[in-house]
Each structure stands twice: as structure tokens, then as C-alpha cells.
Design a protein around this ligand. Structure first.
Ligand code: ZN
Length: 326
């Protein structure tokens, strides 16, 4: 009974800690002479030029810090911000929107650094030592080659087994003119095959470039999210640019998880971390869990329906165009 109480207390403490912004270092009371502009002052930074009072001659440590800074891992807390993105993402976003900027690593800069790391990991810097998504491309290549030589194909992908791909629907004559097999493939199935091949390409892109993909997805959905979260308890007058900044931080959070999972070659888990988006949305909005989930699911559903309508209209448009002009 007593132990249980302690765990409850710990959880309570953790929740309180999550909501508290990180403390800024205390003000130095010593007098300093700025090494850059030679002004005398009391404090941590020179009020005239902004150079830190802690600036010193180069030691190995300072040189290493200087090097790290070039890659965005210096004083402004890249690692601390990553830790916050895991433990208290929504509270970090709230802090940042409310003006506590210097304590956290800037969202866009962080995004580009994380995207670079993510690219390295998916392209070979992981425990397998190989690029993570080569197999799927090989399979498609093999399918194409086997198809040309007239062999029957065996694929692991049900999609490809049951539906003809775009390449399969088109043949090249001896004189080099492209013709399509209209008799063998009825129009509907050709249309589906085009949609499938588009979706397949999107899926491969998504696996290869998780950080780019998540940002594109969040940008796509930002309008819908804005509609559902602009009058939340924590930010009753959310502005669209503020949501945009929040989404960049959320993309960063996702990228951190996908880097870790991809590093251990757990690619399925990496794509599943999209569901963690709920956590920062809940923390920053102040809605209950159910309300946040409901709002997010509705926002995503509307986006997907619009996207499907758009794809179908685009395919129909292309077909009409080809029929009239082809
Ligand atoms: Zn100065």
C-alpha cells in the first residue's frame, strides 16, 4: 500500500516537473571585462556585443564545443531540447510560443540537423550497416526484368500480385511506339493501377525520407488541425504561424524516434511513431486525451478524404485529357 502511494507521488512529481519551464542559469554577480569590445559589466553576457562572460582561451574542451556549435550542438541545448521533446514535447512548445526562446534549440535549425542524421541512418549508418530500404527497389526491378523476359513473377507484395502495375499495362513496339493493352486491362483496373503505383511511390519515399515525409504530412494537415485546435484551453487565440512552429517541433520529435528505431532497423516501429503526435497536441492544447484524439482523428480523416478525392479527380482529368487529345 505504501509503495503504491510512492509511485503515485512520483508520477505526480513528474507531471509537475513536465509543466515547469527549464530554469535559466543564475545571474553572475562578478564584474567582467568583455574580451571582444572591452566594456566592463556585471552579468553573463556583454550588454554591448552579446559575447558570453565565460569566453576564455581555447582549451581542448572549448575547441570541441566550438566544433560542436557548427553542427548545432553547442550551448543552446540541442540534447536538452531532444530530451524535452521526448519527456515533455507539448510543454516545450508552449514555453517556446510564450516567449521562452533562448532556452531551446530553434525548431527549423533542429529540423535540418535531425533530417541530415535521419538520412545518414536510413542510408547505411545503422546496426545492419546497409541502406534500410534497398530491398523494395530491388524487388520492383526484378519484377520488371522478369516481366520483360516473360517469366511469371513471384512477389512478396500482394498489391503487385493482384493488380497490374503501370509498366505492365504498357508495351513498346518494335518501332519504339508506346501502346497500351486496353483489351487485357479494363479501364477501371488501369486507373486503379495508376493510383496504386502512385501510392507505392509515396510509400517508398516515406520510408526512405521519414523526416521530410512527416513535415509534408503535418503541413498538409495543418489547416485542419488549426480549425480544431485554435481555441484550446491553453492557447485560446492560437495563430496559424504558431501552429506551424509547433508542427515543426512535432516533426522533430517524430524524427528523433524514427532515427532511434531506424538505427536498430525497427522500421515498422519508426512509422508507428506517427501516433505519438497525440502527446504534444494534448499537452499544448490542454484538452483531455479523448478530446485530443477525437479532434486529431477527425482532422486526419478529412485530410485523407480530400486527398483521395484529389487523386481520383486528377486521374480522371488525365484520362479525359488523353481521350480528347491522344
Ligand atoms: Zn562586448
Amino acid at each position: 500500500m505504501k509503495k503504491r502511494f510512492k509511485i503515485k507521488e512520483k508520477i505526480h512529481q513528474f507531471k509537475a516537473w513536465r509543466e515547469r519551464p527549464r530554469e535559466v542559469a543564475p545571474m553572475s554577480q562578478e564584474e567582467h571585462e568583455c574580451l571582444n569590445c572591452h566594456d566592463h559589466y556585471i552579468g553573463n553576457y556583454c550588454p554591448r556585443c552579446g559575447q558570453a562572460a565565460s569566453t576564455d582561451r581555447f582549451s581542448m574542451k572549448v575547441a570541441a564545443e566550438n566544433f560542436a556549435e557548427a553542427y548545432g550542438m553547442g550551448e543552446r541545448g540541442m540534447f536538452r531540447t531532444i530530451l524535452d521533446l521526448i519527456l515533455r514535447p507539448g510543454h516545450l512548445i508552449l514555453d517556446y510560443l510564450r516567449g521562452r526562446r533562448a532556452s531551446y534549440f530553434a525548431p527549423f535549425k533542429m529540423y535540418f540537423l535531425l533530417a541530415a542524421v535521419s538520412l545518414l541512418v536510413t542510408h547505411g549508418l545503422n546496426i545492419t550497416g546497409h541502406a534500410l530500404h534497398d530491398d523494395s527497389e530491388n524487388t520492383t526491378e526484378e519484377v520488371k526484368r522478369e516481366h520483360k523476359s516473360g517469366k511469371t513473377t513471384k512477389t512478396t507484395n500482394d498489391f503487385e500480385e493482384n493488380t497490374p502495375t503501370m509498366e505492365q499495362g504498357i508495351t513498346i513496339d518494335e518501332d519504339g511506339v508506346q501502346r497500351s493493352f486496353e483489351k487485357d486491362y479494363p479501364e477501371e483496373s488501369r486507373m486503379y493501377s495508376i493510383i496504386y503505383s502512385v501510392l507505392e511511390k509515396i510509400e517508398r519515399f516515406e520510408e526512405k525520407y521519414p523526416s521530410i515525409n512527416i513535415l509534408l504530412l503535418l503541413m498538409l494537415i495543418s489547416g485542419n488541425l488549426f480549425l480544431f485546435f485554435r481555441h484550446s484551453p491553453n492557447i485560446p487565440d492560437l495563430r496559424y504561424p504558431e501552429l506551424f512552429i509547433s508542427l515543426v517541433y512535432i516533426a522533430n520529435m517524430y524524427t528523433v524516434y524514427s532515427i532511434v528505431f531506424d538505427f536498430f532497423s525497427l522500421t515498422k516501429l519508426a512509422s508507428l511513431s506517427i501516433f505519438l503526435t497525440i502527446i504534444p497536441l494534448k499537452q499544448m492544447s490542454g484538452y483531455s486525451w479523448w478530446r485530443t484524439i477525437l479532434k486529431t482523428v477527425v482532422a486526419f480523416t478529412i485530410m485523407f478524404v480530400l486527398l483521395i478525392v484529389f487523386i481520383v479527380l486528377a486521374v480522371l482529368g488525365v484520362r479525359l485529357f488523353v481521350e480528347y487529345h491522344g
